[in-house]
Write a protein that binds this ligand. Structure first.
Ligand SMILES: Nc1ncnc2c1ncn2[C@@H]1O[C@H](COP(=O)(O)OP(=O)(O)OP(=O)(O)O)[C@@H](O)[C@H]1O
Ligand SMILES: [Mg+2]
Length: 253
C-alpha cells in the first residue's frame, strides 16, 4: 500500500450525466490523507453521485478519479462505503453480525469461509459502534440510528484507509449523532481518511476539517471558515437559509 502518497483521493475534471443531463460538471479536487472531510450542497446537488464516482461505481463521462495515486478501477475494495439510508433494503433477512461480516467479503476467497480473523474484525467493529449486544438481531428489527451504526461497523470491518459515508447522521437522534461522530474521529486519529456527505450546515464547521461545497459544480473546497461564506451559501441554497446568530441553516427539505 502506498501510504506515503499525500492524497487519498484525486478527482480531475469529473463530469457525470444521467440520461445526458449533467449531475456533476468539471469537478477537480485533491483530498489529503488523515482528514475528516464534509460534502455539503442542496438536495440533488450531486453529492451521492460524487461518492459513487469515488467508489468507482459510476463511470465518468469525462475526467478521472484516483485513489492513493492509482486509477479508481485498480483500487476496487480499497474504499469502504456507508450508503444513504434510502438506498438499503432493510427487510433483507440478515443479522447484525452478518452485516458487519460482509465488510470482510472482499478479503475472503470464494473457496473458503470467513476465518477467525474475519469474525474478530466484525466483532471489533460492532464494539466500536457499540452494537455488539445486538449481534444476533435481524437488521430490520433495529431503529434507524442502530441500523446506521451497523452499516458503519460493516465499513470499519473492511479495514480500508478511506471511508465514504452518505449522510450518516440522517434521521438519528443527538446522542447517536455524537456516538457516530466519535467513531469517525477515532477512525481519523487511527489514520483513516473520511469523506462524509452532511446535511446540517450548523454543525459542519465543528465536525469537519475541510468542506466541499457542491451543486453540480464544485463551488468551494477548504477549511469550514472559508467555505461557509454567507454570500456563497445563499447563492447555492437559493436564499433558502435561516440565520441563527452567525450560523447558517438550510430551510427544511
Ligand atoms: N440513477 C439515476 N438516474 C437518473 N438520474 C439520477 C440518478 N441518480 C441521481 N440522479 C439525478 O442526478 C442529480 C444528482 O443526484 P444525487 O443523488 O447525486 O444528489 P444528492 O446531492 O445526493 O441529493 P440528496 O441530498 O437528495 O441526497 C439529481 O438531479 C438526481 O435526480
Ligand atoms: Mg444523496
Amino acid at each position: 500500500m502506498n501510504t506515503d502518497y499525500p492524497f487519498a483521493v484525486e478527482v480531475e475534471h469529473l463530469t457525470i450525466s444521467y440520461h445526458s443531463k449533467p449531475a456533476l460538471l468539471d469537478i477537480s479536487v485533491r483530498i489529503e490523507r488523515d482528514q475528516l472531510v464534509g460534502i455539503i450542497g442542496p438536495n440533488g446537488a450531486g453529492k451521492s453521485t460524487f461518492i459513487k464516482a469515488v467508489l468507482g461505481f459510476i463511470k465518468p463521462d469525462l475526467g478521472s478519479v484516483k485513489i492513493d495515486g492509482k486509477n479508481v478501477q485498480l483500487a476496487k475494495g480499497r474504499v469502504a462505503y456507508v450508503p444513504q439510508r434510502g438506498a438499503v433494503d432493510w427487510d433483507f433477512p440478515v443479522t447484525v453480525r452478518e452485516v458487519a461480516l460482509m465488510g470482510r467479503y472482499q478479503k475472503i476467497p470464494w473457496y473458503s469461509s470467513p476465518t477467525r480473523e474475519d469474525y474478530e474484525a466484525a466483532e471489533e467493529a460492532l464494539q466500536m459502534v457499540r452494537m455488539q449486544e445486538f449481534a444476533g438481531r435481524q437488521i430490520g428489527e433495529l431503529s434507524g440510528g442502530q441500523q446506521q451504526r451497523v452499516f458503519l461497523a460493516r465499513a470499519l470491518a473492511q479495514g480500508s484507509d478511506i471511508l465514504l459515508l452518505d449522510e450518516p447522521f440522517a434521521g438519528v437522534d443527538a446522542a447517536t449523532e455524537r456516538a457516530i461522530l466519535d467513531v469517525l474521529e477515532r477512525a481519523k486519529n487511527a489514520g483513516k481518511t473520511l469523506i462524509v456527505v452532511h446535511h446540517d450546515l450548523s454543525t459542519a464547521a465543528e465536525y469537519f476539517d475541510k468542506l466541499i461545497l457542491i451543486k453540480q459544480r464544485m463551488y468551494a473546497y477548504g477549511i469550514p471558515e472559508q467555505v461557509l461564506n454567507e454570500e456563497l451559501l445563499s447563492k447555492i441554497y437559493e436564499g433558502r437559509l435561516r440565520i441563527f446568530g452567525n450560523i447558517l441553516q438550510p430551510r427544511e427539505r
